[in-house]
Design a protein around this ligand. Sequence first.
Ligand SMILES: [Zn+2]
Length: 480
Amino acid sequence: MTYKTYRQVSGHLKSFSLIKTIRNSFLVLITIVSVISFFIAFCAVLGYAGNNNIRVINVKVVADEEFRASDEWVDVIVESFKRTSAFYEEQFGIKFNLKLIGEWISDNNSFNIQSLLEELSNNVGKDGSELVVGFTRQVSKSLKCVFSRPALGIALPFNDYVIVRADRKKGFDYHIMSLILTHELGHAFGALHVRDSTSVMNISVNNHTVFRFDDRNSKLIRLTKFVDFNKGVTSLKKSCLEQIIGLYRDGFEVDYENATRHLLIGSIFSEQGMIDEAILEYKEAVKIDRKDPESLTRLGVAYAGKGLLDDAIKVLSKAVRLDSINGAAHVNLGMVLVRKGKQEEAIDHLRKAIEINSINPEAHCILGGIYIQKGLFDKAIFECKKALDYNHIYSDAYYNLGIAYHSKLMYDEAITAYKKAIEIEYKNTMARNNLGLAYYEQGMLEEAESEYIKLLRVDPGNQMALNNYQAVLFAKKEGL
Ligand SMILES: [Zn+2]
């Protein structure tokens, strides 16, 4: 009986924006094709404090229907957390506070643990907690990881959603459950697998009688102890980042994870806007494993970030041939093709992504954006709504939905959608711009003026907002 865990490279989806402007007299309506990348979300280290300084992390736990089939499911969760938290507190001064235990209706068609994790993060809100841990007991061929072994958990570095899985065929083993929980939470703090078989970060955690982290992972977790799971790497102290990169560079020796280490380092650079440095790391990762869709995808996305679209297409075209896990390579290739004006090819890849992974809000959102560009607004509305079915806190999907309604002159619906986009993403300046425009077009000049004032407060140098604000003032003066 060996317990294996999924390696912690994975596709955390993040959106950024591609803007296309359409001139409309004084005012400009922007359409957006939202873009995703494979990037791991890196988070802030607020500085190292000693173990005397306790960090309490509020956790929301949900269990799926298979897990809840056992009468003792609540006890298993409570007991696992008790043991894991006691260990983390003793080692690092980190306490896990179980704030809420709830139910989760998991997607039984989810064909691997990675898409199950995506589903968890798309559908289960955090309710004010910092971490969400999903317990599952699904057994099927579907829960194989990339090594064709059943995975017992998944966690992405510095990410706020974690999955722990128990085998349904066996009874609950409280000790093993808490070992797996300890291991996966280690990943959440950036820990990597090690050869040291006495470390809880060894890939086989089943034989362990004691809880122990190896020295390097301990060092790492002490550095990342105060990680803010909500924020990106940009809020990290540079000195901490350098130490973490140093540890990732030299500290770990599990050969098959060398590519992972380069991806992690590349992501830290990328999140800081150091794209050239990131590209070097991603190239190293590709050198180690030329058939890893994630390394290829990240390299392609980094090229696209530099505007090197042909290089991006070349690399992403390789990635899509290997991407059978979550469709992210197809989504990213589709996004670059849109930028090249190749809409039909882009649509093919986005459809393929949905075929691979049916829960794919990003693919639907980008399709919505393409249909807007093609003037097919009903189709765009359909796709945006699909995106929102799978992720109801998706600002870009509301934004695209707003544009589709706006284009159909359905102002009430458009305004509602733009407002939703802004509510979710305060700094969605394009949604604010279009909201102002929707008011302006209906002659609601006071409302339009007030929106542009708000927008300029958020983004004072926004030239489009300045122009539009002037246009509104001019219309007011002229009594238009
Ligand atoms: Zn692991």
